[in-house]
Design a protein around this ligand. Structure first.
Ligand SMILES: *[C@@H]1O[C@H](CO)[C@@H](O)[C@H](O)[C@H]1NC(C)=O
Ligand SMILES: *[C@@H]1O[C@H](CO)[C@@H](O)[C@H](O)[C@H]1NC(C)=O
Ligand SMILES: *[C@@H]1O[C@H](CO)[C@@H](O)[C@H](O)[C@H]1NC(C)=O
Ligand SMILES: *[C@@H]1O[C@H](CO)[C@@H](O)[C@H](O)[C@H]1NC(C)=O
Ligand SMILES: *[C@@H]1O[C@H](CO)[C@@H](O)[C@H](O)[C@H]1NC(C)=O
Ligand SMILES: *[C@@H]1O[C@H](CO)[C@@H](O)[C@H](O)[C@H]1NC(C)=O
Length: 826
């Protein structure tokens, strides 16, 4: 760990040295808009927009605005803005001996001054005839970057206010030429289900940068980059972090003709990578490293540029690996030695065009190839850039006409998105005739995460907004106005915070009608927030069950993503098992909690809302109400399995380490049996009162599932139970419980019981605990102490139980146990 830091540090020093050989653009316009003075920003001088000679501003009415109360860290560049109250444009005189390809960056940093609240503006931006931004609202610091090829001698960037706000603004503009081979017409491969073909005419499109990632490395700022780009680390995008291990080079890359150049990506990008983490004993054999990049638009074409530099191999021709995009093969048996004309540590990049999936994600994976020498299996990735292909063109002509065109663009764009949504719904129908997935909310499709200098943020472009939100699910009835949520939480009072998750903070609140609620507020920076937010609403708005936490409502005003749930007094199960001040739960309480959550899960898998897989079962996602009734929570990762019984290849191995079904991870096939596995881990957690993964323990104990299974197989599970439980558990009950957990953890899904079986067996264990004179016997050999029936009915398959959503079963064998449960469980 420390040596790695050291490496990264020395790398930092190295890269400082190499920045000096910087690139000089032929055309280089850096405008400080709305200002009279020049200012330096990342060592570059931005010139007052009124003073730059080769740029003309044609605006009937524009206002130079200055922020009188800038926040302390706000750069001077962002303390002024130019505001346009009518259509206005900047015209840049382009030197023809330039390369044609230019980078355009628009900086938006809203503030409030005079009569203008910049955060409330709404406008379109058109550059060289391409509609770059439409109905754009910069509510936050946002940087928009485009790559476009300019054929004429003038580049016009036009700002047009739309809607009620009546004005547009911009703080700074960069336009500069990049090397002509930065984007080339041939060489990009279109990756889709129909194999691979060449993608033509790339330079006829405008590219909008969505992600720029320094894989395995640190954040790079414009100081560290030859073209003043910002690169961010990949950690937040890794689907399964333990699969990857950082690699750091000690030498500068060996740039070769025909490969990448420093302008394609700086040294620092090529000097770090992620490789397969083959040290990790929990990951035996072959696996992929996978990253999910949310791109905000569904089914839209993106240029995916992957950067490679073999900094891991000791010699040539040892590394062969496969590259996948959106689970399609993009490059088989990639041998970097061949691409780089037989040089190690030599940078190359590959361009692919791929469409984002129906949840707006582009997935990149690298994994071992069949050609790998078994002892040399590896796969690497050094950098990723994802750029959206913008293709709305033809927005010229006079002001009136243009508005019409923009309207047409709007409608057309909206129609396109609508068609895509409709197509994906149709597909879902086709796949699963019984129960279509609810259509994704098209309205929210415009969330694009893009990292700005400083902080990452979501930009919301209501491009082609079609409000089809009042879908068949009637979500809107659950909408809660933002002001009500502010009131309920005393304006998100910090003292009311009761939890924190990947998604954001959780607050305790009280609604107007005095209902106590838990308010989960998504942070704008939480990358995966949006799809999970939508999934949670679509799942929870359809189902209600005593053992599933219920959704009271949600709010998505003002770019907020807020979910409101019933309040669960006692919080997560985990807190009652270990590592907290709470008194230990009795064995009976624990059994009842397991039974409750099994019932919730069983309903999820088979109940009226058929075929939902939770995908993130763990002790922190099982919540307890004031009477210790267990409810399963957090459906953000859940999938309504379209083809549960068929082999369904999942589009996202997600879940929590220590609970993740190894088969799901290996084969990426999602079934309800993955939840059963995770639930088995929870069962052992409840029994042993220790975390699923505890890195501080001795090696063989780190992973609870493996460790507990060893003791269970030896028939000595009692040796590792929570000391608080010693003397409480009847041997026959423990035996049944241990067997149940063991079955859940079977290597193969087919060998695992269904949740219905698990439920039945747990109820049976409770009955064994409650009935009979049998005394708990410390240190007794449990083999042979069994209740005779349990050996006759292991995992009875007489599971016809149906649950009506109240938590009470209506028939069959387990009836008696259920009654026992529902009477005492609350
Ligand atoms: C990037 O540049 C800044 C400022 O020069 C420096 O402090 C930082 O260490 C550099 N980072 C890397 C990874 O080179
Ligand atoms: C800003 O820079 C431009 C170009 O270098 C120069 O002509 C102008 O005088 C400068 N303005 C100020 C106020 O320093
Ligand atoms: C382009 O032309 C300008 C003069 O118009 C000249 O100063 C510049 O050096 C030329 N650049 C290149 C790359 O030829
Ligand atoms: C590429 O674009 C040019 C003009 O932009 C057009 O003339 C040509 O037909 C296009 N080629 C293909 C294969 O689409
Ligand atoms: C294996 O993965 C776990 C889980 O993140 C991690 O804590 C551990 O350090 C990894 N082991 C190695 C050797 O990388
Ligand atoms: C890697 O991912 C691809 C695409 O999802 C899949 O076809 C392949 O089997 C995976 N390889 C391994 C070793 O898991």
């Amino acid at each position: 760990m420390d040596t790695q830091r050291l490496h990264l540090f020395s790398l930092t020093l190295l890269s400082l040295l190499y920045i000096s050989t910087s690139f000089l653009p032929t055309n280089n316009f850096l405008l400080n808009c709305g200002s009279r003075g020049n200012t330096s920003f990342y060592n570059r001088i931005f010139i007052a927009d009124s003073a730059k000679r080769s740029v003309s501003l044609s605006a009937e009415r524009s206002v130079s605005l200055t922020d009188r109360n800038p926040s302390p860290n706000s750069p001077i560049l962002y303390q002024t803005a130019r505001v346009f109250t009518t259509d206005s444009s900047y015209k840049f005189n382009i030197k023809k001996n330039g390369t044609g390809t230019h980078l355009v960056r628009l900086h938006f940093s809203p503030f409030q001054a005079q009569n203008f609240n910049l955060a409330s503006s709404r406008f379109n931006v058109v550059a060289d005839g391409f509609l770059l931004l439409s109905g754009f609202n910069a509510y936050n610091l946002l940087l928009k970057e485009y790559i476009l090829k300019i054929d004429g001698e003038v580049l016009e960037i036009k700002f047009s206010p739309v809607g009620d706000s009546g004005f547009a603004f911009v703080n700074a503009i960069e336009v500069f030429s990049v090397p002509k081979d930065y984007i080339i017409d041939d060489g990009a491969k279109l990756v889709s289900g129909d194999g691979i073909e060449e993608y033509k005419n790339l330079t006829s499109r405008v590219l909008e940068t969505i992600h720029r990632i320094n894989v395995g490395g640190l954040k790079l700022t414009p100081f560290n980059d030859t073209l003043w780009r910002t690169w961010i680390p990949d950690d937040g995008f890794l689907v399964f972090k333990p699969a990857a291990k950082r690699a750091v080079a000690t030498h500068v890359p060996n740039y070769q003709n025909g490969g990448a150049t420093r302008e394609i990506a700086p040294d620092s990008v090529y000097m770090t990578a992620q490789q397969m983490n083959r040290d990790n004993l929990t990951l035996n054999g072959w696996f992929n490293i996978t990253w999910d990049f949310p791109v905000g638009s569904l089914g839209a074409p993106h240029l995916v540029r992957l950067h490679f530099c073999d900094i891991v191999s000791p010699a040539l021709n040892l590394l062969y690996f496969n590259v996948y995009i959106n689970d399609y093969s993009a490059y088989r048996d990639l041998d970097l030695s061949m691409l780089t004309y037989h040089a190690l540590s030599s940078p190359v990049y590959l361009d692919f065009v791929a469409h984002s999936d129906d949840s707006g994600v582009v997935r990149v994976s690298v994994g071992p190839s069949d050609l790998s020498t078994p002892s040399k299996i590896n796969a690497i990735l050094n950098g990723v850039e994802i750029m959206r292909l913008v293709n709305l063109k033809g927005l010229h002509a006079g002001s009136k006409r243009k508005n019409v065109w923009i309207l047409v663009g709007f409608i057309f764009g909206g129609f396109l998105i609508f068609c895509l949504a409709a197509a994906s719904v149709l597909l879902a129908f086709k796949c699963k005739k019984k129960k279509p997935k609810p259509p994704r909310r098209v309205e929210s499709a415009g969330w694009t995460p893009l990292c700005v200098y400083g902080a990452s943020s979501y930009s919301r472009m209501s491009e082609g907004t079609v409000t089809t939100s009042q879908g068949p699910n009637g979500y809107h009835s659950l909408r809660i106005p933002f002001v009500d949520i502010q009131t309920a939480t005393n304006n998100f009072d910090k003292s009311l915070i009761i939890g924190m998750g990947g998604f954001g903070m959780v607050y305790k609140g009280v609604l107007k009608d005095n209902t106590k609620v838990a308010v989960k507020r998504g942070v704008r920076g939480s990358r995966q927030g949006l799809p999970e937010f939508q999934t949670e609403i679509s799942v929870l708005s359809k189902i209600r069950h005593l053992h599933l936490v219920s959704l009271v409502g949600y709010c998505e005003e003002q770019s907020e993503m807020i979910l409101v749930y019933e309040y669960m007094e006692k919080g997560p199960l985990k807190n009652h098992l270990y590592g907290s001040k709470y008194p230990p739960l009795s064995w009976k309480q624990r059994l009842e909690i397991c039974i409750g959550s099994a019932r919730g899960l069983h309903y999820l898998h088979t109940g009226s809302a058929q075929g939902i897989i939770h995908r993130d079962i763990k002790s922190t996602n099982i919540l307890l109400d004031e009477n210790y009734v267990a409810k399963v929570a957090d459906f953000g990762l859940s999938r309504s399995g379209p083809c549960l019984n068929e082999t369904h290849v999942s589009t996202g191995v997600k879940g929590s380490f220590g609970y993740l079904d190894p088969e799901y991870f290996r084969r990426q096939q999602l079934t309800d049996k993955s939840d059963v596995y995770s639930f088995g881990v929870v069962l052992f957690e409840v029994l042993c009162a220790r975390p699923a993964v505890d890195p501080l323990l001795a090696r063989e104990q780190v992973n609870l599932a493996e460790w507990a299974m060893q003791w269970q197989k030896k028939g000595m599970l009692r040796k590792i139970i929570d000391p608080h439980l010693v003397g409480q558990i009847k041997p026959s009950c423990l035996k049944k419980y241990g067997e149940t957990a063991e079955k859940c953890l079977a290597d193969y899904g087919v060998d695992r019981p269904t949740m219905g079986d698990v439920l039945w067996n747990l109820e049976y264990a409770l009955q064994l605990q409650e009935s009979g004179p049998e005394e708990p016997r410390e240190g007794s050999n449990m083999n042979g102490m069994d209740c005779p029936t349990s050996s006759v009915t292991p995992f009875s398959n007489a599971r016809t139980e149906r649950d009506d959503g109240t938590g009470c079963s209506d028939l069959t064998t387990s009836d008696v146990f259920s009654q026992l449960m529902t009477n005492e469980g609350r």
